[in-house]
Design a protein around this ligand. Structure first.
Ligand code: SAM
Length: 408
């Protein structure tokens, strides 16, 4: 008996199912082929794009973005830089790549990291004025996310801010090449630097006075033969020697003669801490994303915008003829330079930056002297007390007034 056409035997059903399946499989294969072709087109285009790209090394990227090589490598491995590639054990980065915003930075939040302090003693250091200066920190309102300190010196304010806040971008500069080399080496080469400083500490501290003097003089002579920028080994040695000299010389002064040679005599510290490893490592961590520039304060113009807090601490205008607070480097910062700086401050004010400037108060020695009141007449001037020497005569030491000038 024939089965009604509308009903199917098991076998018929099997055949129909097979036909249906094979149709589906064909459709599926076509789809896969199409997808494959599509992907191939995109991939080839991307490949072509990549092969046509120009690349820079991690070191070049680090220099361009003002961050450490370690940080560049980390950003690459976190895939935060498009088309960065590992060749052997080195990263290469498209020359056009932009520095990614640091994801570690939570905008202007209080930092939970370690406290850091200056790694050198520096003439004009602002450690004693921090209580006054911190009152100006404008990070609470959420608009200010960047910090610039174009005359950074020993960085008392910088390290106070880095200890307290995590900012999106930080820029520091100073004209002193040896100082900025030390900042950069601490950021990029901390292990070797700590080794060298520890060796010098172990060698120097046990010596008697006479032997210390010989050791100090030989290190100072060696320091003066080295030129920053020749190669990284020399940069590291020069940074280590600079820190050693700062910790063992008279008063932590940095003074050079006309030829640019460091000429400060040995100091009289019994047990100088030449290698403060914990602080140096903490400083290194904090500097990882900081742009470090050796150059004139005017180079900071491109960095400064309406989101930036800028602290300018230029060389003091001398209070007396004999005081020489300005002799940090071969360059002197005379009245004309102070006026130029005031104009620069006005230009940055127009950009919308929040600005604080400090200087010595000429009224300490001459009530009539209106120099800063005139050149900063558009801004607010506060006179605060600081204890420092007016000149080398110890009788003249004592509380004197300093100026804090702000545009807010
Ligand atoms: C008063 S000190 C800064 C001290 C610093 N606030 C601290 O706490 O240690 C002034 C600094 O300005 C630097 N300097 C002098 N002329 C400069 C210039 N034209 N551009 C940038 N820095 C300059 C000096 O090398 C010196 O380190």
């Amino acid at each position: 008996m024939n089965s009604p056409p509308s009903s199917y035997s098991k076998e018929d059903g099997g055949i129909l199912l097979k036909q249906k399946l094979s149709k589906n499989t064909q459709l599926f294969s076509v789809l896969v082929l199409l997808l494959f072709e599509f992907w191939n087109i995109i991939y080839t285009d991307k490949n072509l794009e990549v092969t046509n790209m120009e690349f820079m090394s991690a070191r070049e990227a680090a220099n361009k973005w003002g961050i450490s090589q370690r940080r560049v490598a980390l950003l690459c491995s976190e895939q935060r830089i498009d088309n960065a590639m590992m060749i052997g054990n080195m990263w290469i980065i498209p020359s056009v790549a932009e520095k990614p915003i640091d994801a570690r930075s939570t905008r202007y939040t209080k930092s939970e990291g370690k406290n850091v302090k200056p790694f050198v003693k520096w003439a004009g250091g602002k450690g004693q004025l921090l209580k006054e200066i911190e009152q100006y920190y404008p990070f609470a309102n959420g608009k200010i996310t960047k910090y610039a300190e174009p005359f950074v010196g020993g960085g008392a304010v910088l390290f106070d801010i880095l200890s307290k806040y995590e900012l999106e971008e930080v820029y520091i500069s100073d004209i002193n090449e040896d100082l900025m080399n030390a900042y950069r080496v601490i950021r990029d080469e901390i292990d070797e630097l700590v080794d060298m400083l520890q060796t010098m500490q172990d060698e120097y501290v046990p010596l008697d006075d006479e032997e210390r003097r010989k050791y100090y003089t030989s290190k100072r002579d060696y320091f003066n033969t080295l030129k920053v920028g020749e190669d990284e080994g020399i940069n590291i040695a020069k940074a280590a020697l600079m820190i050693f000299l700062n910790k063992t010389c008279f008063n932590g002064l940095f003074r050079v003669n006309k030829k640019g040679a460091f000429n400060v005599p040995m100091g009289a510290y019994k047990n100088p801490v030449i290698c403060d490893e914990a602080n140096l490592r903490a400083v290194s961590e904090k500097l990882q994303n900081v742009t470090i520039v050796c150059g004139d304060y005017r180079d900071s113009a491109d960095f400064i915008d309406e989101h930036t807090f800028v602290y300018f601490d230029p060389p003091y205008r001398p209070l007396t003829d004999t005081s020489s607070f300005t002799a940090y480097t071969e360059n002197l910062f005379n009245d004309e330079e102070q006026i130029e700086l005031a104009k620069f401050v006005d230009a940055m004010d127009k950009k919308g930056a929040k600005i604080v400037v400090s200087n010595s108060d000429p009224k300490n020695t001459n009530e009539e002297d209106e120099f800063f009141d005139e050149i900063y007449s558009a801004h607010t001037i506060k006179r605060v007390e600081a204890s420092r020497m007016i000149n080398s005569n110890s009788a003249a030491r004592g509380k004197i007034k300093e100026l804090l000038i702000s545009n807010f």
